[in-house]
Design a protein around this ligand. Structure first.
Ligand SMILES: [Mg+2]
Length: 181
């Protein structure tokens, strides 16, 4: 990861750019602004992807203007790039995350051992310890992260946790735009 003051944007996929729903909410983004595609996740399944074009355009603009370094931080791990390709996004690296132990373990862990550290968390702490300004968009942050933790991190880090059925909404993009400014 290069040095510098450019913020790092850790981007989750499901529940952030992929809305987890069959019917997207037209009150969040108009009906004609949703696109459907699929992406291969390594388990012989082409997963459905439902994304809002204003969110994709916002990400492209942030990337093109160099406002943030965008890194995938998702259970998709190195298959994240397939989602990026399916949505015609620029190529972004996947955040190195040795704590990732597979989705099944993660779900079981989340259900059984509520005290155990979320696998996504140590990588975030490492970036913060390096003094990185950090934007972290993850729908699960609202369940997995202590609200006080998010407060402690401000203003170095902004955590945005959209609703999983909509992903990033207009108000989130406005908030992110202000934070990146
Ligand atoms: Mg998610």
């Amino acid at each position: 990861m290069s040095a510098g003051t450019k913020p790092v944007w850790l981007l989750d996929i499901d529940g952030v750019i992929n809305a987890i729903t069959k019917k997207p909410d037209p009150s969040v983004w108009p009906r004609d602004q949703w696109v459907r595609t699929t992406a291969f996740s390594g388990d012989d399944i082409e997963w459905p992807i439902l994304a809002a074009t204003p969110v994709l355009d916002f990400l492209r603009r942030v990337h093109e203007k160099g406002r943030a370094e965008i890194w995938w931080h998702s259970t998709w791990q190195h298959y994240s790039v397939n989602v990026g390709k399916a949505l015609d996004l620029p190529e972004w690296p996947v955040l190195d995350c040795p704590e990732f132990a597979g989705q099944e373990t993660f779900i079981a862990t989340a259900l059984v051992e509520r005290e155990r550290v979320w696998w996504k968390f140590p990588a975030v702490q490492r970036l913060l310890a390096q003094g990185k300004r950090l934007l972290w968009t993850d729908d699960d942050a609202k369940f997995q992260l202590d609200f006080r933790k998010k407060r402690e991190w401000e203003p170095q880090a902004l955590v945005v946790a959209p609703h999983e059925t909509t992903g990033l909404a207009p108000r989130h993009l406005r908030h992110i735009d202000r934070w990146l400014a």
